[in-house]
Design a protein around this ligand. Structure first.
Ligand SMILES: *Cc1c(COP(=O)(O)O)cnc(C)c1O
Length: 351
């Protein structure tokens, strides 16, 4: 008799989530038009819904989170202007330096604290005064939840204080909110409240929310007008995009509240991992769906390879670090199976 292999538990990323049946049905019956003409009713409906959920006057559908951030930074900053952001920010770390490459925007990085925040006193000190030697400080960019800081959530008071600082000095605040939905669910507040002081936000529909493609950027009408021009220049003007926007509407209407399950599973995974010898992490630092941990005795790629042979996929982040991400296709039972496999693999490596 042939053994039936157990299904894979894929913890590499929440971007792996596939569209729901409801999304596929909505996509099949989506009314469409040419969105570059502003005539796709489904894209228009998604943009109106996203603007409402994010608490902004207007929103724009874009192909990816990277393009959403790039468009936002370029809409706020001209060539040679300075953007203040964390050294661990996705915009700085994982987007090819696009804001500098395409827009000539000068990045000023400050160390992120362990909780994903920037020290606002340091931000204030980094804002340039008027002097012929200096670039013009134009933008502060925060990330919420913060990916490289372990999915940590920046709270309402902090977000408000950052916005107040930016505005008091004539700067704008952009939020890379790829996982803003996770942040809002973890805090028990609306995304609109969390973003009340932000001038712009980029939010992913294609991560935990399970839409197949797309992000939204939101801000005031003037920001979105500039963003729309930039989207076209960057090649992101799409035609009958209602076919994918339809899934984004389902994502916003049906998929936000269930993120709490992903957070519960991540916390259980973190607690189970922390109980294993040779695994280091602080479970209380796991606030959403990202679990980063370190190994003492086995190197991370070796453990990931051994787990992959058992059908469990995680991403090494270096020689000692591993990232595991919970999402809609990871059940509570999958978490227990993962913990058992990690324990056995570590035991085998130690033997
Ligand atoms: C995923 C992600 C992005 C970029 O999104 P893509 O759709 O992959 O381009 C931006 N910021 C953060 C924090 C992310 O996690």
């Amino acid at each position: 008799m042939t053994e039936v292999p157990e299904p894979v538990v894929d913890l590499r990323s929440d971007t792996l989530t596939r569209p729901t049946d409801g999304m596929r049905e909505a996509m099949a019956r989506a009314e469409v038009g040419d969105d570059v003409y502003g005539e796709d009713p489904t894209v228009n409906a998604l943009e109106a819904l996203a603007a409402e959920r994010l608490g902004k006057a207007s929103a724009l559908f874009v192909p990816s989170g990277t393009m959403g951030n790039l468009i936002s930074v370029l809409a706020h900053c001209g060539r040679g202007d300075e953007m203040i952001l964390g050294a661990d920010a996705h915009i700085f770390y994982y987007e090819q330096g696009g804001a500098a490459g395409f827009g000539g925007v000068h990045p000023r990085t400050l160390a992120n604290r362990a909780d994903g925040t920037l020290d606002l006193a340091e931000v204030e000190a980094a804002i340039r005064v008027d002097n012929d030697h200096y670039p013009v400080s134009r933008l502060i960019a925060l990330e919420n939840t913060h990916n490289r800081c372990g999915g940590r959530v920046l709270g309402v008071d902090y977000m408000d204080a950052a916005a107040e600082l930016a505005h008091s000095r004539g700067l704008r605040l952009h939020v890379d909110g790829a996982r803003i939905w996770n942040a809002a669910v973890a805090l028990g507040v609306s995304p609109a409240r969390l973003l009340a002081g932000a001038d712009s936000v980029s939010a992913c529909l294609s991560k935990g929310l399970s839409a197949p493609v797309g992000s939204v950027v939101a801000g005031d009408r003037d920001f979105v007008r500039r963003a729309r021009r930039l989207r076209k220049a960057l090649g992101g003007g799409m035609r009958q995009a209602g076919v994918i926007a339809a899934a984004g509407i389902v994502a916003l209407e049906e998929m936000v509240d269930r993120l709490a399950e992903d957070h519960t599973n991540a916390r259980r995974l973190a607690e189970g991992l922390a109980a294993l010898d040779g695994v280091y992490l602080s479970p209380t630092a796991v606030e959403t769906n990202l679990v980063y941990f370190d190994l003492a005795e086995v190197d991370a790629p070796t453990l990931c390879d051994a787990l992959a042979a058992r059908g469990i996929l995680m991403s090494p982040t270096g020689t000692t670090g591993i990232r595991a991400v919970t999402h809609r296709h990871v059940s509570a039972a999958d978490v227990e199976r993962t913990l058992a496999a990690v324990a056995e693999t570590l035991r085998a490596a130690a033997a």
